[in-house]
Design a protein around this ligand. Structure first.
Ligand SMILES: Nc1ncnc2c1ncn2[C@@H]1O[C@H](COP(=O)(O)OP(=O)(O)OP(=O)(O)O)[C@@H](O)[C@H]1O
Ligand SMILES: [Mg+2]
Length: 278
């Protein structure tokens, strides 16, 4: 009897679209503040090379979560692994929620950007090369000899993003990178982040309190709800890149935003105990 063996040509490998695999795997995470478990038995994966945005109500634990994933905040149980490795064997970048407090005021923009390299003991010539690469990559035209107080809010945030990228991280965590910017600057920064991601294919995890930003940037939106924090839903959004202002009126964009909003509203109504009193 002749058996038909599947031939490789019947199952071509799709090189451009490798099957998604997790870059960050969070399992059974626990985090306790005082008497309260903010996170308990919490698990989720973040896909390699994707932009995942995190959206949820105020105080649900978004900053704590990316703080724990980037090793800034300790955990009380569970594991967070980066392709099976621990944080100590992983290069990450982190952009803080409030850019105003995170640049060193006594250092120029240039010295702020290369600070992590100085900290790592990288020789000065190599530092220059690494900074030049980031300047070329971001195509940012800011006078890097200026000090933070001489820069606009958007420029300071750009410097803080450049500082996070200079170490060539595998994963970039950003906590509300657009929240303190005016709308024009938000549009610029959103597209800067998109361009960086398209060119480097870096895995990005972005907290956002603005649903338009959260959907625009995302391959998927992780919706969190309160007490203890849970993943309420993951909404995929696969519109082609680069996304533009036209994306905002694309039916798929409107649908993803609507789906996320309905889930968010249902979650907030379900947890009215903790809602603000108007
Ligand atoms: N160091 C801490 N000690 C005690 N409680 C904390 C600490 N950090 C955060 N919390 C509490 O944990 C909860 C989650 O805080 P977190 O800042 O992670 O929320 P968030 O979702 O980022 O909020 P926001 O939307 O305001 O940025 C809040 O109730 C907060 O008060
Ligand atoms: Mg926060």
């Amino acid at each position: 009897m002749t058996r038909l063996e599947p031939k490789e040509s019947w199952h071509p490998k799709i090189v451009d679209h490798p099957s998604p695999r997790p870059h960050v795997s969070v399992r059974d995470l626990r985090k306790v503040y005082g008497e309260t478990a903010l996170y308990d038995d919490f698990s989720v994966d973040f896909i390699k090379g994707h932009v995942t945005t995190i959206f949820g109500p105020n105080g649900c634990g978004k900053s704590t979560f990316i703080g724990m994933m980037s090793g800034i905040i300790g955990i009380d149980g569970g594991t967070i692994l980066y392709e099976g490795r621990t944080i100590n064997d992983t290069r990450i970048g982190y952009v803080f929620q409030n850019y105003r407090d995170v640049l060193f005021p006594w250092l120029s923009a240039l010295d702020n950007i290369r600070y992590p390299l100085t900290f790592m003991g990288i020789p000065i010539l190599k530092q220059r090369e690494m900074v030049d690469r980031i300047v070329a990559q971001t195509r940012v035209q800011i006078d890097l000899s200026k000090y933070p107080y001489q820069l606009s809010g958007g420029q300071q945030q750009t410097i803080s993003i450049m500082r996070s990228l200079v170490v060539r991280p595998e994963i970039l965590f950003l906590d509300e990178p657009l929240s303190a910017l005016d709308y024009q600057m938000t549009l610029f920064m959103r597209d800067l982040l998109q361009r960086i991601q398209m060119e480097t294919k870096i895995t990005m995890v972005v907290v956002s309190h603005d649903l338009e930003d959260a959907v625009y940037l995302a391959d998927s939106i992780v919706l969190l709800r309160k007490g203890p924090t849970r993943v309420s839903r993951i909404v995929p959004f696969s519109a082609q890149r680069p996304r533009t202002l036209e994306t905002l009126s694309d039916p798929a964009f409107i649908r993803a935003k609507q789906d996320a909003l309905l889930t968010f509203q249902a979650d907030v109504r379900g947890g009215m105990d903790s809602a603000p009193a108007w």
